[in-house]
Design a protein around this ligand. Structure first.
Ligand code: AMP
Length: 139
């Protein structure tokens, strides 16, 4: 396994060097919209402290992130009147990971509607609207 790269894209988001559609943060975690959404409302939850993935995360990082994952999973169900939620998390390149800062995908799902294929950039205005819906559900 490689070392943590402090210049990965999510580290840059955490430092405010690149923008994101932020929906929630607390002392330990940040949640923001995925720019290539595989379902409407697809968002990511990350710890604010560095770790590559599940394999090097501390119990404290995992506890904080999972608490936020549950909070946001409930929020997307409310925001999108979803029938279910898919939570995904990938570890190392062989495990499907592309950004090497621990993150959990939260995808609101509707019965019978498949996830969209990966790798397609979303519409920024629509993603911003979806972020507002999630924030509204958290309020
Ligand atoms: P993975 O590491 O396989 O979980 O994939 C990384 C995820 O991060 C993909 O779903 C990308 O669409 C997403 N992503 C990459 N860059 C950004 C960004 N700047 N803002 C939001 N999501 C991003």
């Amino acid at each position: 396994m490689g070392d943590y790269d402090p210049d990965n894209i999510f580290a840059k988001i955490l430092r405010g060097e690149i923008p994101c559609s932020r929906v929630y943060e607390d002392n330990d975690t940040l949640a923001f919209m995925d720019i290539m959404p595989r379902s409407d409302g697809h968002l990511l939850v990350i710890p604010k402290t560095p770790c590559r993935n599940l394999l090097d995360a501390s119990p404290e990082q995992l506890a904080a992130v999972m608490s936020t994952v549950q909070k946001l999973a409930k929020a997307v169900v409310k925001a999108f009147d979803a029938d279910g939620v898919t939570v995904q998390q990938f570890n190392e390149a062989a495990g499907g990971q592309e950004v090497f800062h621990l993150h959990f995908h939260i995808l609101p799902r509707q019965e019978g509607v498949p996830m969209r294929p990966p790798g397609n950039m979303g519409d920024f205005d629509l993603i911003a609207q979806h972020a507002e819906r999630v924030k509204g559900a958290l309020a």
